[in-house]
Design a protein around this ligand. Structure first.
Ligand SMILES: [Zn+2]
Ligand SMILES: [Zn+2]
Length: 444
């Protein structure tokens, strides 16, 4: 904020599946953890993992010797999960550049284990959502009790544990004052030893064939103007995907999908540019084709194109997709990988037909505010989300997915994510109206 950089160092095996993040401080007057960071860096690259060490995420607070950042915001109340005003928590979730930098880093690294050092409570927090076995093992090694601190709004660990299910982020509360050299050594070794026992959760990317449709300067310009008209966003880039939308192509081949998306022509339904598209198409035999870069917005779902990745499933009916194991498996793998990569919650994997109920739905053009399509209605999308929950490998993740599943019962009350929830939720459209359009591959 005052121009002091937040520096992160990484070391270890760059190809290791296991990824660990250690943060020395977030509160500027709790600096004992810095000694652990120094020790970890001095120990040299660990085997079998890659480790990112961050001395502090609050350099301005450190310089001023105070808890908050230069805006007077407590950064560990500024994260999006269950954020509340009035805790020095900032104007809104992620209002601070420091917390946004953390989000960027976590999204990029996707750590399996994250440790956050604080003071002065002398305990290791059984942080909600973290693997308790891991927390207890760490506590044992450093000779601190493993206890629950209890709920606090907008904290980093809960945000991580919620948005990156199956991963473990927890708080270590050191004693007041400085950490002795021996204690720093003990903590650093505990980090490495305990992290080694963690499960890696990264979903492997499925094989993806690149089959890009033309998306040159002209189409990008059209996309930017579309985003301007419909979302008030002056950009053609997809910068922050929060939603994954499932579509049914109502074609028999992937080629037919490609042929529809490739030309940059106004669509026959809404007569707008750019031409419609989706990021991926999954053929009946399970081959996945990527048609458009994930860095670009695609027109596939009115109201959500600014934040949604679109996936087409080749076929004439949703039941058909569920009846083709290879296609279904490929789809679930692709979505698991995308969710992991962007921290998309199960409830935000939706069918096109559910678009109006998404808390992310926003549309400036009045006549389109209730527009959706009939593909992947709730019946099928819920079934898909259930499979997504059970298809996850790690036990920790299955547990987390179960937690998400419980929210599927009432997915449209789920607009509690305070950060980018927009507008009202209209889940009460008459059936007939939803069924109205059975036009496919057009008019997104
Ligand atoms: Zn603290
Ligand atoms: Zn669709």
């Amino acid at each position: 904020m005052q121009g002091r950089p937040i520096q992160v160092r990484s070391s270890g095996d760059p190809d290791a599946a296991l990824r660990v993040l250690v943060v020395g401080s977030i509160h500027g007057n709790e600096t004992a953890g810095h000694a652990v960071i120094r020790r970890l860096r001095a120990l040299g690259p660990p085997h079998g993992m890659r480790i990112w060490t961050l001395r502090t995420v609050n350099p301005d607070g450190i310089a001023a010797g105070r808890r908050e950042n230069a805006h007077g915001v407590d950064l560990n109340r500024n994260f999006p999960h269950r954020w509340r005003p009035g805790y020095h928590s900032g104007a809104r979730p992620l209002s601070e550049p420091e917390s946004r930098a953390v989000r960027r880093l976590v999204r990029q690294v996707r750590p399996d284990v994250t440790l956050w050092y604080h003071q002065p409570l002398r305990q290791v927090d059984l942080s909600a959502g973290a693997d308790p076995a891991l927390v207890r093992a760490y506590a044992r090694r450093v000779g601190l009790p493993a206890q629950r601190i209890g709920f606090l709004p907008g904290i980093a660990t809960r945000w991580q544990n919620t948005y990156f299910p199956g991963t473990s982020a927890f708080v270590v509360e050191l004693a007041p004052g400085r950490l002795s050299h021996a204690a720093a050594e003990r903590h650093a070794r505990a980090v490495l030893a305990v992290a080694r026992t963690a499960r890696t959760t990264a979903a492997a990317a499925p094989p993806i064939h690149q089959w890009r449709i033309p998306f040159g300067a002209e189409r990008k310009g059209d996309m930017r103007r579309y985003a301007q008209r419909h979302y008030g966003i002056d950009d053609f880039r997809l910068t922050n995907p929060r939603v994954i939308v499932l579509h049914l192509s109502v074609t028999d081949t992937a080629q037919a999908v490609y042929n529809t998306f490739a030309p940059n022509r106004p669509d026959p339904e809404l007569h707008e540019l750019p031409g419609v598209c989706s990021h991926y198409v999954i053929a009946k035999n399970g081959q996945i084709f990527q048609l458009v870069s994930l860095r670009l917005m695609c027109r596939h779902t009115v109201g959500l194109n600014y934040t949604a990745v679109g996936i087409e499933h080749v076929g004439r009916s949703e039941a058909g997709v569920f009846a083709r194991p290879r296609q279904l498996r490929a789809s679930l793998r692709l979505v698991a990988w995308l969710r992991d990569r962007y921290g998309v919650r199960v409830r935000n994997v939706i069918g096109h037909n559910e678009s109006l109920g998404s808390p992310y739905h926003r549309e400036r053009v009045k006549r389109l505010q209730h527009q959706t399509h009939a593909d992947f209605p709730r019946r099928y999308a819920s079934r898909y989300r259930r499979l997504l929950g059970s298809a996850t490998p790690a036990a920790g993740r299955a547990r987390a997915a179960g937690r998400n599943n419980s929210s599927i019962a009432a997915p449209f009350n789920a607009c509690k994510e305070p950060h980018d929830s927009h507008g009202e939720i209209d889940n009460r459209l008459p059936e007939g109206r939803l069924k109205r359009v059975r036009v496919r591959l057009v008019g997104r």
